[in-house]
Design a protein around this ligand. Structure first.
Ligand code: PGA
Length: 262
């Protein structure tokens, strides 16, 4: 079964609501035809409703950059998955920046994944090792433990709606990326095989796994050519319409319905 590639642009703390709306107006005509690739943009919470309204009727989807696990209550600064549900299809959780700066824990990532699924949305669960862990040869056991914790208590059926983004922290925003082959190997052994152990082979075949970390038009083909990489979570290059559109065109060419690999 072919997995539909999913390319998500994580805008992080960039673009005001006006800038975000102007950007999607520029972007959507450039990427509208590539409906064999799921195309997702993740603005800040502040810009999300305006971007979602602009995207209504288009095949481009919105994502939030986080989602709280409770539906409402005394959680200053937070936005719940159920509040996000009318506006987005996806919610990114567990990003390494949130793990580093906002104390995101594996336990909370798991709670959020459950709440996002319960709200009818799709979680994009980010995992990945630090440079020190990578150099100490701890990548695979560490990423496996993040995947196990994030997916704890989910059901095999949920895997058709879960996206996992493998993002080595040392590759995020640094211009350094893992090679396609190494990323594919880690994604296979640390992510897909873990999903298989937890939920069975069918679920592991179905779950979509992105690579993230300095993805750009120049290296996109190398990642998309890998059998276990089903898309990309993109920071910097997603802020430039031409670059993001180029990534989507490459994903469609290499992995979409026109490709030999589809
Ligand atoms: P980058 O960010 O593409 O700028 O490295 C990726 C991410 O943080 O998701």
């Amino acid at each position: 079964m072919a997995r539909k590639p999913v390319i998500a642009g994580n805008w992080k703390m960039n673009k005001t609501p006006d800038e975000a709306v102007a950007f999607v107006r520029e972007l959507t005509p450039m990427i509208g035809e590539f409906d064999d690739v799921e195309r997702v943009v993740a603005p800040t919470f502040l810009a999300l409703a305006a971007v979602a309204a602009e995207l209504r009727g288009s095949s481009v989807k919105a994502a939030s950059q986080d989602a709280h696990w409770e539906t409402s209550g005394a959680y200053t600064s937070q936005v719940s998955a159920s509040m996000l549900a009318p506006h987005v299809d996806y919610a990114i959780i567990g990003h390494s920046e949130c793990r580093a700066f906002l104390n995101e824990t594996d336990e909370n990532v798991n709670r959020k994944a459950k709440a996002i699924l319960a709200a009818g949305l799709k979680p994009i669960v980010a995992v990945g090792e630090s440079l020190e862990q990578n150099e100490a040869g701890e990548t695979v056991p560490f990423v496996r433990s993040q995947v196990r914790a994030a997916l704890d208590g989910l059901a095999p059926d949920d895997m058709s709606r879960v996206v996992i983004a493998y993002e080595p922290i040392w590759a995020i925003g640094t211009g350094r990326s893992a090679s396609g082959e190494i990323a594919d190997d880690i994604i296979k052994t640390a992510v897909r095989d873990t999903v298989s152990e937890l939920f069975g082979m069918d679920a592991a075949e179905e779950v979509r796994i992105q690579y993230g970390g300095s993805v750009k038009p120049e290296n996109m083909e190398e990642f998309m050519a890998q059998p276990n990489i089903d898309g990309a979570l993109v920071g910097g290059a997603s802020l430039v319409a031409n670059d993001f559109a180029a990534l989507i065109e490459i994903a469609s060419r290499v992995k979409g319905r026109r490709s030999a690999n589809a």
